[in-house]
Design a binder for this molecule. Structure first.
Ligand code: HAM
Length: 413
């Protein structure tokens, strides 16, 4: 048997797992700061949880779900997204008695898409939701949280926020009807894929990447002509709020999102640095969804971001590796080594040793790992009870007594 991994899956190790852990740490910090509580739901749920809410004609439900029959013939699905499982968990655990409920989660999702750069069949999402408020302040809170987290993790990346309003359910239905009429008239000019969506999912034709479709969509009716005055006012308020937070955005009337449950404000953070899978984070309002799923009739808004896509853009990880390496020339100096290890641990200074009594090999490992300092332990150091610290960037060596090391390293940073 030839060992291989399943297409569209990937192992996390080395730099990738370091980045994953950093992302997780940053997410936890912002979640705490903004009073979101963590929920972890099972990897699989009953299939019906996803089918209707995500849209029976959506790509996810039609082509991408990993669904299987359990031994008792129940249909189960590996979660393709986190919003519906979070709602399910909130309802079945009676968490919606106290509103608003602000929750977040982080973990693997599964979609059988065509794998390519930035697109996997098992990928990880960060997911934030606010249940129980239809105030536009909740829209602002959730969008600015996304902005802050992305800014923290990717300070040098060019990221643009696109926003749109799909209005309320009724005007969205009316709009879809008119889109279908418009695309029917232009049927012959549309791509084959879009042709199949004219009746089932006309909104998705608007964000087709096919050039002919894009040309035709330019003349399609705009959602802005259909949304109610109340939705318009809400959207205006969101935009004013974003301006007051100094968050730049583009109004994009073609932004419709891929899942069916949205209405009201929708948004995506995109970058031109990732190729065709350019959306880092997407979300929006889904008023009506919680009620449809059997919960109370309350509003909701949230977003999810792809951890793999974020980590692809994270630059140098050198600073996150252990910055200090140890190098010992001979086994005879073990007690001197143990002494410094104890000291570094006590002072919460992270270090790395390659378990080799060989200065050359340890120094070369330090250079491969891009460490900044090597603590050298040789004959002299052992006999006279001191340590030599070599700065690998400048090449300068300093001889120090053990109790001077902490201050020395602090002064350097
Ligand atoms: P989504 O737009 O389907 O939204 O996914 C959100 C993000 O997950 C995408 O922007 C992308 O970064 C990442 N992603 C999606 N599919 C893949 C894939 N195959 N490989 C790698 N990354 C991927 C949702 O899932 C909604 N539940 C978001 C939401 C939360 N809306 C309201 N609350």
């Amino acid at each position: 048997m030839k060992l291989r991994s399943v297409r569209g899956t990937h192992d996390l190790f080395g730099d990738h797992i370091n980045k994953f852990n950093i992302i997780q740490k940053v997410v936890l910090k912002y979640a705490e700061l903004n009073n979101f509580k963590q929920i972890q739901t099972p990897i699989f749920e009953f299939t019906e949880l996803f089918e209707k809410p995500l849209g029976e004609q959506s790509d996810v439900v039609l082509k991408e779900m990993y669904t299987f029959k359990d031994r008792n013939d129940e249909l189960l699905t590996l979660r393709p997204e986190y919003t519906t499982p979070m709602i399910r968990a909130a309802v079945t655990n009676n968490l919606l008695n106290e509103l608003p409920l602000k929750v977040y989660g982080l973990g693997p999702m599964f979609r059988r898409e065509r794998p390519q750069k930035g697109r996997y069949r098992q990928f990880n999402q960060i997911n934030f939701e606010i249940f129980g408020s239809n105030d536009y302040i909740a829209d602002l809170e959730i969008i600015s949280l996304a902005h802050d987290i992305l800014n923290h993790l990717l300070p040098e990346t060019n990221i643009i926020l696109h926003i749109n309003s799909l209005g309320d359910r009724d005007n969205l239905l009316e709009y879809k009807k008119n889109l279908t009429k418009f695309f029917e008239l232009n049927k012959l000019k549309l791509s084959e894929e879009s042709n199949q969506k004219i009746y089932s999912n006309p909104l998705r034709i608007l964000d087709s990447k096919n050039e002919q479709d894009i040309e035709i969509s330019k003349k399609a009716p705009s959602i802005s002509d259909y949304i109610s005055s109340q939705s318009k006012k809400n959207f205006e308020d969101v935009k004013v709020g974003l301006n007051s937070y100094n968050i730049k955005f583009i109004e994009n009337y073609k932004l419709v999102r891929g899942l069916d449950y949205y209405c009201g404000t929708v948004f995506e953070f995109k970058t031109n640095e990732l190729g065709s899978q350019d959306t880092l984070l997407g979300g929006g309002r889904y008023d009506g969804l919680i009620g449809t799923l059997g919960g109370p009739d309350i509003s909701g808004i949230g977003w999810a971001a792809g951890i793999e896509r974020i980590s692809m853009l994270m630059k140098n990880m050198d600073n996150y590796l252990s910055n200090i390496h140890l190098a010992v020339s001979n086994e005879r100096f073990k007690s001197h080594l143990i002494k410094i290890m104890k000291y570094l641990k006590l002072n919460k200074i992270s270090f790395f040793w390659n378990y080799k009594y060989n200065l050359k090999k340890s120094l070369s490992k330090a250079s491969i790992n891009k460490a900044s300092y090597v603590v050298i332990i040789g004959e002299n150091e052992f006999n006279k009870d001191f340590y030599t610290i070599k700065n690998l960037n400048s090449g300068i060596q300093t001889e120090l007594n053990i109790e001077e090391i902490h201050k020395f390293l602090n002064d350097q940073s």
